[in-house]
Ligand binder design. Sequence first.
Ligand SMILES: Cc1ncc(COP(=O)(O)O)c(C=O)c1O
Length: 295
Amino acid sequence: MSIAYFNGAYLPLEEVRISPLDRGFLFGDSVYEVIPSYAGEFFLLTEHLERLQRSLAAVRIRNPYDAGAWSALLAELLACNADPATPDLGVYLQVTRGVAPRDHAFPANAQPTILAMVSPIRPLPDRIRTEGVAAITGEDRRWGHCDIKATTLLANVLARQSATEQGAAEAILLRDGQLTEGAASNVLLVLDGQLVTPPLEPSVLPGVTRSRVLDLARELGYPVAERPVSENELAQAAEIWLTSSTREILPVTRLDERAVGGGRPGPVWQAVHTAYQNAKPGAPASEPMQSGGAV
Ligand SMILES: Cc1ncc(COP(=O)(O)O)c(C=O)c1O
């Protein structure tokens, strides 16, 4: 049974009780983070805590802790859940505006509700490493502040469900003919000799993995461009990747039933995926970096 952190206490997840008047439940009035850990050590924790602070500030919820207190609390949560069978854990962390009589306007004195819980991160299955995953495209019907990591995710849920029903791992979203991101991931493409991804705008979550992957690609010598990507360019890409903290870098090899590039995970994905694995805590001593060049 996994242990959760709930409003100051560590307890079995099943024993957590959330009020029906919690604004996270009633309005989706809350923000969240998902933070990966490997072999008991967090990966990119500072970046996740900075984004949490930005999300909280954007919706005007008081951050209950500073970075040091968050780090200690989350380290304790990992220790409570230490299990050699599942060495790699993702921490889901949610902060709501708190419990108050139902009214849309902010309550005067609510205390933020804090929940953190863990789930295993599994290594990439061999089948995906060799064959990749399928994705579909869909209309981006989300609100105008997707740069805030809010729990109000109904449009994302519906998009992912469409993908699941079509046997795909993700829905890649388009707004006015332009790529935004995935239902729960950022999207990167290898296109005309460059690694390309949409710029950070309100329609895109500033993914922590996205940022690390772009840095690794630059270090490997691949040209990187953050610029708008059209639906047509998406269809022409030699490689398409999805990035997120728990799925890491997934190669998309079928988009809307058509093969992407050669229909197999591409060489740039291979190189950047290897660099990402080597950058994670607990990684074995890394191989020398393969040089990149034009892609
Ligand atoms: C909509 C959306 N975009 C992008 C991401 C990737 O963000 P990160 O790499 O920080 O996990 C996520 C992660 O869940 C997401 O939900």
